[in-house]
Design a protein around this ligand. Sequence first.
Ligand code: PGA
Length: 252
Amino acid sequence: MVNRIPLIAGNWKMFKTASEAVETAGQLVDLVADTTGVDIMIAPAFTALDPVSKVVADSRVGLGAQNLHWEKQGAYTGEISAQMLTASGCRYVLIGHSERRQYFGETDDTVNRKIRAALDADLLPVLCVGETEGERESGQTFSVLDKQVKIGLQGYVPQDLGSLIIAYEPVWAIGTGKTASREQAQEVHQYIRSLIETTFSPALAGAMRILYGGSVKPGNITDLMDMPDIDGALVGGASLEADSFSQIVKFN
Ligand code: PGA
């Protein structure tokens, strides 16, 4: 069996000015300095990437962005390219977060194009998927995920996707304090892994990291990480303070 290194990722959303982000990142770097066996990532706002990259350089903390555009450059007012992100020190990029799907018209098709842009620039894409409360209640969880994964990754071959990370974030659990039970999360993670196995290959499925996101906190991370198909977490609210985020990073 493949040993998947856990990834604990912080999504800072539209919080923190550049100087606030630098301060929190500096505290985090110190708090996690002696951790081993876990990858750590924070995704601050675009305006904070460059200064934060200097703070996390040569530390345990990797830098990510929350979004990107699929073209390399062009007349796309307000957008940011993969090359701009790598030049600002990014190693990871979130793609298709449910808030982008819900408020900014992100679709499985744009997600698909953004994954290509990320891979071409050697960024590690974190593909975010998840069902809404209504979809879960009407028994559509698996069909929604099926569509998000299959269209999001349409046209790719297994060799393309070795660096892809998937984050399962049930929309009803994001920022609500309602975490999926670890059994609910495990069931979906296992489903996603089997989908990768049948669509791509068993080797890719076995090696792929699947993160859970949605109201992850210091108090529930250990239970979640105990499950065989949960390989880390994408953390919103509890990643904004270095202290609580470092406790999540040190889940075991
Ligand atoms: P939350 O957000 O931890 O605040 O629920 C998770 C996310 O949106 O990635």
